[in-house]
Design a protein around this ligand. Structure first.
Ligand code: 5GP
Ligand code: MG
Length: 191
């Protein structure tokens, strides 16, 4: 176990507990097995790093499907920012996706800018079918032109950390989703 005090002192509120996450990730995996569970039908997961790494690792161990995993890196929140800047896809070395069943996995969708880029990069490689899964969706900004097939939780507008999501590179290892105390955000860099 990690030393709870060190990071929990920085937290204003836990909004989704680790138990709730575990239950919901299992349910999402069941939905995916229903969707993909044809005999011999494998999938290729394209995951958006780094925020999705905890979600991905829990999810794939609940998915008894033949799968390959490809990684892309996208960054929109540079350093201490809590509002998205220009989005970059930093590594787009995707495998051959022609005729594959692709499942894009991301941590959170807010404006949809990141997933729009990833979906377009995947679409260029002529997969058979693209579906997209996110653990979290910020409902107030959820875009209508970026289709999301599997959603873990709808949340409010707050900037959240934990379970893979960071602030300035920190807090990814918290086992729950939380909001930090306001004084933890560097107001100057957040602009
Ligand atoms: P979008 O491109 O949909 O506006 O934003 C998606 C990306 O922004 C996510 O993949 C994530 O990296 C980052 N992001 C959006 N909201 C949050 C948040 O509340 N907390 C953290 N840590 N990252 C976020
Ligand atoms: Mg991300």
């Amino acid at each position: 176990m990690y030393n709870a005090d060190i990071m929990e002192d920085d937290i204003a509120k836990v909004i989704i507990s680790s138990g709730e996450i575990a239950e919901r990730v299992s349910a999402m995996a069941d939905e995916m097995v229903q969707t993909y569970g044809q005999p011999d039908e494998g999938i290729t997961i394209v995951t958006v790093l780094a925020g999705s790494l905890v979600f991905l690792s829990d999810l794939i161990r609940r998915l008894p499907l033949r799968m390959r995993i490809a990684l892309v890196t996208a960054s929109s929140y540079a350093g201490k920012a809590t509002t998205a800047g220009k989005i970059h896809l930093e590594s787009t070395t995707l495998p051959d996706l022609r005729n594959r069943n692709v499942l894009i996995v991301d941590d959170i969708v807010e404006t949809g800018g990141t997933l729009r880029l990833v979906q377009a990069a995947v679409r260029r490689l002529c997969p058979r079918r693209i579906r997209t899964a996110v653990l979290l969706r910020k409902t107030t900004k959820a875009p209508s032109d970026v289709p999301i097939d599997f959603v873990g939780f709808d949340i409010g507008d707050d900037f959240v950390v934990g379970y893979g999501l960071d602030y300035d590179g920190l807090y990814r290892n918290l086992p729950f989703i939380a909001v930090l105390k306001p004084e933890m955000y560097n107001a100057e860099s957040a602009l």
